[in-house]
Structure formats: structure tokens, C-alpha cells
Design a protein around this ligand. Structure first.
Ligand code: FES
Length: 314
């Protein structure tokens, strides 16, 4: 278990679409949960040593409960299936304190864009805006079809539906963001969704001030492994040498071998997996280590070796 996790209790689970299940956590008896702000996420130990990040869906004004929504990914990296299969109400689950990479800042107007399960941080932001009486917001919610749209009935309520655009690609195909982002007009943009949507929005808003753009990376995709070469990892302080094939990361190999490497995002952004680099030339592929740290640290979820062998504190 990662050192900064603490125990909480799963109070409730509920299927809100055929693929998405909501999980509600509360504190253990006699304890409280740290407060959070809209846009936050927590890390959850979904199985022994397997940690995943999930956005909080509920309103920041709510005390002592965290609600996350998890899409079942049959071909994912095991996190969502672990949640869906293993967690039942009453379970003791280790979670982290909330962290926020896209806090809501004061603005005249808010443009919110969600793709699929990327609705989860956006719905928390929307709930905050509603509670505080902000009415100058617009949500664009891209889904494959209406049956897979989490929170659809809430978003289609009389109170909200005038400010919500739902686009189902099965019926309507491609969505053109350009008319919505062409003029920045003092808006702040918050978005979360699959990589293709994130990349498109980044490119389409290149004329916006960067301070008006807020997003959360959605790490459901898989990293390209094309061009990877195999290498060896020597465990510091032991004679153990482990082969890392081209098609697996160091974290994946160690997990397969029965070790319990710490990991969360597995995209090189969260720092959960960082280990000491003792010897060898690393091919650093993370987005979280500083230049100085790269001389002695290594992200085994994504990084590889430039030579044949690395010695790691793992
Ligand atoms: S697991 Fe997040 S940086 Fe490696």
C-alpha cells in the first residue's frame, strides 16, 4: 500500500448505466474525510498494490463522502475491473486525500466539455456552479449513445437542459467544436475525455490564453509500444536480474511476477511509481520528473533503458 493512503469504507455502489458504476465512500467510524474542491480526484487501491485515480463527482459542499463513477473496461489495465468485481458495500478501501489539477477559478462564463466517462470531474464543477448561482455556463457532453451517458437524467432536468448540449456520435457522427471555441469571449474552458478529444481541443484553443484552459488527463488509453526494445532490470542490493520484454513496462513485468509495484496513472504523470535509478542510462518517458531528478529517479510505468541494463531500487 502507498504510504499516503488511508482507510475508508465503501458505503454504496450503484449501476448508473450498463457500463458505469457509482461508488460512494465514507470515513471509518470516528474519523472524517478531508474536504475537497470541485475538479479533484482521489487515488483508490482497487486491488493489492494496484492504485487508480478517479475524479470526485459530488458537490464540494458535501462533507464526509466521496463519490466516484467507474466505467467497466473489459480490456483495460485491471483497475476498473478490480473495482467492479471486488468492491462491495462495507468493504474497507484505502484511498488518498483529494488532489485538484483543475480548480474552478472565478470567470464571467464557463464552457464545460466532457467526453464519455470524462463527465466525472465536470459534473462536480457543474454542481458547484449551480449551487453558487452561476448560470453563465454551457456543457457539451459527447457520448456514443444515450444509454451510455452517465448522469443523463440530471443533465436533462428542467433546471439544466437549456445549457446542456448532448451529442451522441452513434446518431450524429462527428462533433464540430470550432463554433464553440472560435471566440474565447472571456470564458474559461474545462474539459476531460478521451485522448483524441483532448488533443483536438488543445489544437482548437491554441489562440486562447493558457490561463483560461483547464483540463484533466484521462488515462484510459494505452501507450504506444511500437519501437520498444527489451532490456534488463537489476534490483539494487540483490543479484536479481529481471528481463523486460519490448511489449511490457517494468511495472507490468513486476506485477506479473507477483511483486506489488506501486502505480496509479501508468502514463508517467502522477509520480506514484517513482523508484531510485542507481546505474544505467534511462530513456525517461514520464511527464513528472524534473531534469535534476532524472539523474537518480525513474518512472517504471513508462520509462525504459537506452542500454541493455538498469539498476533500480525496486
Ligand atoms: S504510475 Fe503514475 S507516474 Fe508511474
Amino acid at each position: 500500500m502507498s504510504g499516503d493512503l488511508f482507510p475508508a469504507v465503501l458505503l454504496r455502489r450503484e449501476d448508473i448505466t450498463p457500463e458505469v458504476t457509482l461508488f460512494e465512500f465514507g470515513p471509518e467510524l470516528g474519523r472524517t474525510l478531508p474536504s475537497f474542491t470541485a475538479g479533484s480526484h482521489i487515488r483508490v487501491e482497487v486491488a493489492d498494490g494496484l492504485i487508480r485515480s478517479y475524479s470526485l463527482n459530488n458537490d464540494e459542499a458535501e462533507k464526509n463522502r466521496y463519490i466516484i463513477a467507474v466505467k467497466r473496461e473489459e480490456n483495460g489495465r485491471g483497475g476498473s475491473l478490480g473495482m467492479h468485481r471486488n468492491l462491495r458495500p462495507g468493504a474497507r478501501v484505502h484511498i488518498s486525500s483529494p488532489q485538484n489539477f483543475m480548480p474552478v477559478v472565478p470567470a464571467e462564463r464557463y464552457l464545460l466539455i466532457a467526453g464519455g466517462i470524462g463527465i466525472t470531474p465536470i459534473i462536480s464543477i457543474l454542481r458547484k456552479l449551480q449551487r453558487e448561482g452561476h448560470t453563465n455556463w454551457h456543457l457539451i457532453y459527447l457520448v456514443r449513445n444515450h444509454s451510455q451517458a452517465a448522469y443523463l437524467s440530471e443533465l436533462m432536468s428542467e433546471e439544466l437542459r437549456d445549457r446542456v448540449t448532448i451529442h451522441a456520435s452513434d446518431d450524429a457522427g462527428y462533433f464540430d467544436f470550432w463554433p464553440y471555441v472560435q471566440k474565447q469571449a472571456a470564458a474559461h474552458l474545462y474539459y476531460c475525455g478521451p485522448k483524441s478529444m483532448m488533443d483536438a481541443l488543445y489544437a482548437l484553443t491554441i489562440h486562447w490564453p493558457r490561463s483560461h484552459i483547464h483540463y484533466e488527463e484521462f488515462s484510459g488509453g494505452t501507450l504506444s509500444k511500437a519501437g520498444n526494445l527489451p532490456f534488463r532490470v537489476r534490483r539494487a542490493g540483490s543479484d536479481e536480474v529481471i528481463e523486460i520484454p519490448a511489449e511490457e513496462s517494468v511495472v507490468e513485468v513486476f506485477r506479473r511476477l507477483g511483486y506489488k509495484p506501486k502505480s496509479s496513472c501508468e502514463t508517467g504523470t502522477c509520480r506514484t511509481c517513482i523508484v531510485g535509478l542507481i546505474a544505467g542510462k534511462a530513456d525517461h518517458r514520464d511527464l513528472c520528473l524534473s531534469t535534476a531528478e532524472r539523474s537518480h529517479c525513474f518512472a517504471p510505468c513508462v520509462s525504459r533503458a537506452l542500454g541493455e541494463e538498469l539498476t533500480l531500487e525496486i
